[in-house]
Structures are given as structure tokens and as C-alpha cells.
Ligand binder design. Structure first.
Ligand code: AMP
Length: 403
């Protein structure tokens, strides 16, 4: 069975085609700068070099056409006909309270997705555009929606409610939803396998540390708390996002800077804060910051310290919330690659009996245990793979349709 995974952003789309019999990725790529005159596509298929070409993609639908053409192209393609594809799995950022798992997309689901748009005005509209474009191009193909929020729908009320009037939750949907759920789900399953323990027996803290970062408390296989909240702005200090702060800062900044609340939230808290802002505008890329810190750049060092400190605080809080801590997982760009950031964090976790094996911790982008055999908590670096989770969910739903 062949499954195509699509992830549509506001000006880009990414895809991977999987052969699910061996869970092998046959081709991957994307279209970038959708809607601009310099749109281009990349495509890499097994055994072939990466192809990059300019395309005329004024919208996602035209961009997707190039993807379908590339997949069946006699030279760079990997299938003979589009009818070889059994289904498409779509990444959807926000499923609200409506979706606690992946679903087959039908008219009712499309209506519900449109209703969720208000909750994720930046992310859901391009996801929906991608689904609608695929449905127009391939009307007979089953499509499945896989939600970033779904894994966190198991959080108890005490974890997802804010200290606001209850009516804000009931009538306006203001609550913690959490994001990166597909990644936290994937790495928590892999962690259980690495630890050779059933997921139902262990308490994990999974740290998805990338440009956007979040942490989840995964107790007996279920998410019971997570650091991102109503939007992906809450929680950790991120590449350009502030993470947690006193909400009164927003109105203070509105007055100080003579800006509207949405200008402050989008322009400052989302785009110019985080390690970029803390480092005096140096960079949101952790590689640049680590290099600069080593060369003595004080603000780069400070930004990395603030980032690590916030991670440590969340790990401590989640260990207490779960009443146990068996494993810590590091994933995503920083978590998978930065041995210095993992060390910076783990050095402050000695209270939990965490012992890092410096040699194993020097790995980059590999799945392995990086703690010492004596460590009371198993620390792991696990490259995330949200696409394979989307493909698996899609294959499972499509197979059950035929059953
Ligand atoms: P992601 O959002 O998961 O793609 O992660 C992107 C971030 O990972 C980039 O901003 C980089 O700062 C970070 N990153 C990637 N490779 C490394 C590395 N070798 N060391 C430190 N940070 C890295």
C-alpha cells in the first residue's frame, strides 16, 4: 500500500510518499514560496539525485499538481500511475476538542475543520487549502486528517484549564490544547521500545526542541500535560517565540510601544522574542548561538542559559505531576543534534539521578540511549518522524474501511 503524506504551510507544501509494506519512503520533497513568482520545487526519489526546479505555483493546487507530475514522471518518478496511491494523509495543526485521533475526511469533518480555523488562524487555513486542493485533484482518493493536538486530548481538566472564569472555556474554547502531538506520540513509542518496557508502565518527559519547542508529560503512554497551550506561543523559550510570560506584559507593551495587542503578540512575542530576542537579535539558529557563545558572545550564552533553564523547570514540574520519571527524550532539530544543549540541561537534573554518558551524548541525529547504565532516568536522543506516524494512521484507517 502506498500512502502520500502532505503538510501544507502558508507558503509551502511538503510531501513524502511511503510504501507501507516496508515502511519505506519512496520520494520526498516540497514546493516553496507558493504564491510568489520565485516558487520552486524539490524532489528526491530513492536512488536518484535531488531535483530542484522553478515552478509556476500561484496557489497550493498548482503546487500539488507539480508534486503529482513528479511522482509519475518517467525519469524522476517512483510510481506508474496516481492510482497506485491508496490514500493521502494530511497534517492538520489544530483539531480543537473535536478530534482526539486521526479521521477519514468527509464533508462533516471539513465543516468541523473550518470551525476550528478561529483557534489556529495562522496554521489551519493552509492545511485546509491543501486538503481541498487534493480533493479537487483526486476526488476518489480517501484522505485522512492527522492532528497535532490529538495526542494531548487525554490531558485531565486540571492540566488543560487556565485560571480563568470557567465560562471562557465553555463558551470560547479557551484552554490548553498542546501541539507537536504527532512527534510526542512517535518518540514516546520509540522510547518505550528502546527501554524495552511497555508504554503503559513508564512515565516519560518528551522534549521536542526545535525552532518551535514543546515538552510533554507522557504517563503510561498518554499525554497528561504539555507546555504549549491555547496557541503554540506558550511554554518554552523558542527560536523567535517568548514562551511563558506574565500576561500583563502584553497591555504594558501595547502602551509603551503604541501598538495593538495583536501587533505585540504577532510582531514581538511570536517573531522577535525567544533566543533571537534574548541574544540581541543575533540569531534564532542554535548553531549560530552555540558558536557565538563559545567565542565569548555574552548574550548568546545568556539566551542558551535561559532556554535550558526553562526546559529544566518543565522537566521538574512534569516529574512531580506524574509522580515518577523513568525516561527523558530529546528530539527535533536541537534535541536530536545539539549534544551541548542536552548536556547543559541534564547537568541540572542530578536531583533525579540523571547521569549522562558523554561519549554516547556526542551522537548527532541518531536514535540511542545517552545516559549511563547507572542513571536512575534513561535519557534518549530520538529523531522524530511525524510523517511515518501520519502514514501509519492513514494506512490503518484506509485498511479498516476495506475490512
Ligand atoms: P526544527 O524546527 O526541528 O527543524 O529545528 C530547527 C533548529 O534546529 C534550528 O533552528 C537549529 O538551531 C537547530 N539545529 C539543527 N542542527 C543543530 C546542531 N547541530 N546543533 C545545534 N542546533 C541545531
Amino acid at each position: 500500500m502506498k500512502i502520500l503524506v502532505i503538510n501544507c504551510g502558508s507558503s509551502s507544501l511538503k510531501y513524502q510518499l511511503f510504501d507501507m509494506d516496508q515502511e519505506k519512503c519512496l520520494a520526498r520533497g516540497g514546493v516553496e514560496r507558493v504564491g510568489s513568482p520565485d516558487a520552486f520545487m524539490t524532489h528526491r526519489s530513492t536512488g536518484n539525485d535531488k531535483v530542484k526546479r522553478d515552478v509556476d505555483a500561484p496557489d497550493h493546487e498548482r503546487g500539488l499538481k507539480y508534486v503529482f507530475d513528479a511522482l509519475v514522471d518517467p525519469n524522476i518518478g517512483v510510481i506508474n500511475s496516481l492510482s497506485d496511491i491508496s490514500a493521502i494523509g494530511h497534517r492538520v495543526v489544530h483539531g480543537g476538542e473535536r478530534f482526539a485521533g486521526s479521521v477519514l475526511i468527509d464533508e462533516e469533518v471539513m465543516r468541523a475543520l473550518h470551525e476550528c480555523q478561529d483557534l489556529a488562524p495562522l496554521h489551519n487555513p493552509p492545511n485546509i487549502m491543501g486538503i481541498e486542493a487534493c480533493r479537487r485533484l483526486m476526488p476518489d482518493l480517501p484522505m485522512v486528517g492527522v492532528f497535532d493536538t490529538a495526542f494531548h486530548q487525554t490531558m485531565p481538566k486540571e492540566a488543560y484549564l487556565y485560571g480563568l472564569p470557567y465560562d471562557m472555556y465553555v463558551n470560547h474554547g479557551v484552554r490548553r490544547y498542546g501541539f507537536h502531538g504527532t512527534s510526542h506520540r512517535y518518540v514516546s513509542r520509540r522510547a518505550a521500545m528502546l527501554m524495552k518496557r511497555p508504554p503503559e508502565e513508564i512515565c516519560l518527559v518528551t522534549c521536542h526542541l526545535g525552532n518551535g519547542s514543546s515538552i510533554a508529560a507522557v504517563k503510561r503512554g498518554k499525554s497528561v500535560d504539555t507546555s504549549m497551550g491555547f496557541t503554540p506561543l506558550e511554554g518554552l523559550v523558542m527560536g523567535t517565540r517568548s514562551g511563558d510570560l506574565d500576561p500583563a506584559i502584553v497591555s504594558f507593551l501595547c502602551e509603551e510601544l503604541d501598538k495593538s495587542a495583536s501587533e505585540v503578540v504577532l510582531g514581538y512575542l511570536n517573531k522577535n522574542s525567544g533566543v533571537l530576542g534574548l541574544s540581541g537579535g543575533l540569531s534564532n539558529d542554535f548553531r549560530d548561538l552555540e558558536r557565538a557563545a563559545e567565542e565569548g558572545h555574552q548574550l548568546a550564552r545568556l539566551a542558551l542559559d535561559v532556554f535550558a533553564y526553562r526546559v529544566v523547570k518543565y522537566i521538574g514540574a512534569y516529574a512531580a505531576a506524574m509522580g515518577a520519571l523513568d525516561g527523558i527524550v530529546f528530539t527535533a532539530g536541537v534535541g536530536e543534534n545539539s549534544s551541548t544543549m542536552r548536556k547543559r540541561i541534564c547537568e541540572r537534573l542530578q536531583i533525579f539521578g540523571v547521569g549522562l554518558d558523554n561519549e554516547k551524548n556526542s551522537v548527532r541525529g541518531l536514535e540511542q540511549i545517552i545516559s549511563t547504565p547507572e542513571s536512575r532516568v534513561t535519557v534518549m536522543a530520538i529523531p522524530t518522524n511525524e510523517e511515518i506516524m501520519i502514514a501509519r494512521d492513514t494506512a490503518e484507517i484506509v485498511s479498516s474501511m476495506g475490512a
